[in-house]
Design a binder for this molecule. Structure first.
Ligand SMILES: Cc1cc2nc3c(=O)[nH]c(=O)nc-3n(C[C@H](O)[C@H](O)[C@H](O)COP(=O)(O)O)c2cc1C
Length: 158
């Protein structure tokens, strides 16, 4: 029998991760963003990463419409940003400092790193879509990461 979904969420919560906000655009050019930790590096040549997006997310359609996205890796003082982008819909960018990257998707101010991607491939992942992004631009800053572990936000050293 497959594992119960709440138990699966609890167990997978033991895999400590960073926290990102992935931004993209709708076909009308509206900005979307969602908090995500199902993110992984994949390939160096070509430079690829993986993200997984819930098919029920409001931003879901936009990934395939715009075929671009940007992974913003959050710094340890950006828990409020993570919480904001983890609530579905609404005007998430209101009051948030950002600039547009070369691909048009927002780069949030103050992030630890960002990676601008163009959509490389899409796969079915059950109730999520698996997107491979080809990384076109990336940049880091000397700040500490926001972490997520056992269902809660952590800072390095906690
Ligand atoms: C720490 C954390 C990690 C998350 N990781 C993901 C993820 O990898 N993929 C995903 O689709 N949703 C993830 N979510 C949930 C989305 O952020 C949430 O469903 C959001 O409301 C979707 O926004 P939207 O409906 O406006 O697109 C995560 C939430 C949190 C708090």
């Amino acid at each position: 029998m497959p594992i119960d979904k709440n138990e699966l969420r609890r167990v997978m919560g033991h895999f400590a991760t960073g926290v990102t906000v992935i931004t993209t655009l709708s076909k009308e050019g509206k900005m979307h963003g969602l908090t995500a930790n199902a993110v992984s590096s994949l390939s160096l040549v070509p430079p690829l990463l993986i993200i997984c997006v819930d098919k029920k997310a409001e931003s879901y359609a936009s990934f395939e419409e715009s075929k671009v996205f940007t992974v913003n890796i959050l710094a340890d003082d950006q828990e409020d940003i993570s919480r904001r982008f983890a609530v579905s819909g609404g005007e998430k960018f209101e009051g948030v400092a950002y600039r547009r990257g070369a691909n048009g998707a927002p780069i949030l101010h103050g992030v630890l790193a960002h990676l601008e991607c163009k959509l490389y491939a899409t796969f079915d992942g059950g109730d999520h879509a698996i997107y491979l992004g080809e990384i076109e631009e990336a940049e880091t800053r000397e700040v500490k990461p926001l972490l997520f572990f056992r269902g809660g936000y952590r800072a390095m050293g906690d």
